[in-house]
Ligand binder design. Structure first.
Ligand code: DMJ
Length: 455
């Protein structure tokens, strides 16, 4: 019902725009997708499909067939186009077998390749989908590329090569190519890592780190996620990815995992050796990731990682229960007497993000402890109470205030991720089984390569 409500309102007021503005009942285009439209359509497709919202799925499919235009000009985020559009199209193709989704994914994939034309092959963050010109984000230190952006292409690009028969996206050992995720992996595995950690900013010109800021939340997050999921998606053959994940997690455990005075486990950020005792909402995906990875460890390590995953997820739950709305802030801190609460006005908002329910879904599937479903239900109730408005769902500006101040934005990832993970939390485990699918970082399911030994 929540999905139907979110979709129906988007369709009524914003179809063809990127996102719905549910208070003003109009559409939002934004500047992340380079002239592409319909981000919510593409992000919603697979969720509508798995929820068996047949009619709504057909509406979305028709829009893709008739109105989804790839001949656009404008500044696009390579990362966002990849995770939302390519991920959404690939997942829908794999679920339905309908060619239109595959051909659009491949066509769009080709348009992203010029971003890799740099001295190291590390792509720049922004690309004009018409001209192919690319550049770095103005806010990124000294023209650098962002770890979570160029490190979050691997899953989709492997499928693009698989489906097109063109090795350029993935690269095969016999055909080394700079424009490939294989090359990104090579650069990253060779570069020296301070204390074994991966900083968030890398120069695409020199291949060296530009600034020593490390975070498992924003700017770093999905790079780690794609290492363990690359290994899983390859049917456990991509041992390089597994080793990089294991080594990175070991460094994170050693240098960033902390316990607060009140006994809450959290993952701090690191700035050139100095810890910032803050966790972003984005970092809350890590409970699910660590639990998923732990399934494939043995003995003490498995137990330690399952405990760590459960503790982090519990801390993220605390960030929700300690607010008046029972929704969590954008960032919470463990300093100056605060424990899992936002201390800055600018960090009190909640924009319908999925990471906390994402971890509940993984922890439920991997432990079947009922508390994860209870916690998920608390989120459903809070969303209904504080985020549902007349024409859709909206983010809120302050999770500590029950007087609503809505931000007038129904993010496309709310339909792609938050509602999908909540649904999966209450389904049988064989709906998109973790044995057969990995979720890209926008919750679009990609099949595990059970039979193919090429990956
Ligand atoms: C999503 O687009 C993806 O989950 C991404 O990895 C991080 N940010 C948003 C959701 O919060």
């Amino acid at each position: 019902q929540m999905m139907k409500f979110a979709w129906d309102n988007y369709k009524q007021y914003a179809l063809g725009k990127n996102e719905l503005r549910p208070l003003t009942k109009n559409g939002h285009i934004g500047n992340m997708f380079g002239g592409l439209r319909g981000a919510t359509v593409i992000d919603a497709l697979d969720t509508l499909y798995i929820m068996e919202l047949e009619e709504e799925f057909q509406e979305a499919k028709q829009w893709v067939e008739k109105s989804f235009d790839l001949n656009v000009n404008g500044e696009a985020s390579l990362f966002e186009v990849n995770i939302r559009y390519i991920g959404g199209l690939l997942a829908t193709y794999y679920l339905t077998g309908e060619e239109v989704f595959k051909s659009k994914a491949l066509e769009l994939g080709e348009k992203l390749l010029p971003a890799f034309n740099t001295p190291t092959g590390i792509p720049r963050g922004v690309i004009n989908l018409g001209s192919g010109m690319s550049w770095s984000w103005g806010w990124a230190s000294a023209g650098s590329s962002i770890l979570a952006e160029f490190g979050t292409l691997h899953l989709e690009f492997l499928h693009l090569s698989e489906l097109s028969g063109n090795p350029v996206f993935a690269e095969k050992a016999s055909e080394p190519s700079l424009a490939s995720v294989g090359n990104i992996r090579r650069v990253l595995s060779r570069v020296e890592k301070p204390q074994g950690l991966y900083p968030n900013f890398l120069s695409p010109v020199t291949g060296s780190w530009v600034q020593h800021h490390v975070s498992i939340g924003g700017l770093g997050d999905s790079f780690y996620e794609y290492l363990i999921k690359s290994w899983l998606m390859s049917d456990k053959k991509d041992s390089e990815a597994k080793k990089m994940y294991d080594d990175a997690l070991e460094a994170i455990e050693k240098h960033l995992v902390k316990k607060s005075a009140g006994g809450l486990t959290y993952i701090a950020e690191w700035r050139g050796g100095i810890l910032d005792h803050k966790m972003g909402h984005l970092a809350c995906f890590s409970g699910g990731m660590i639990a998923l990875g732990a399934q494939h460890s043995t003995g003490d390590r498995r137990q330690r990682h399952m405990e760590l995953a459960a503790e982090i997820t519990s801390t993220c739950h605390e960030s929700y229960t300690r607010s008046d709305t029972k929704l969590g802030p954008e960032a919470f801190r463990f300093d100056a007497g605060s424990e899992a609460t936002a201390t800055r006005l600018s960090e009190r908002y909640y924009i319908l993000r999925p990471e906390v329910v994402e971890s509940y879904m993984y922890l439920w599937r991997l432990t079947h402890q009922p508390k994860y479903r209870h916690w998920g239900w608390e989120v459903v109730q809070a969303l209904e109470k504080h985020c549902r408005v007349e024409a859709g769902f909206s983010g809120i500006r302050d999770v500590y205030s029950t007087t609503p101040s809505h931000d007038n934005m129904q993010q496309s990832f709310f339909l792609a991720e938050t509602l999908k993970y909540l649904y999966l939390l209450f389904c049988e485990d064989d709906v998109l089984s973790l044995e057969d699918w990995v979720f890209n970082t926008e919750a679009h399911p990609l099949p595990i390569n059970h039979t193919d030994s090429k990956a």
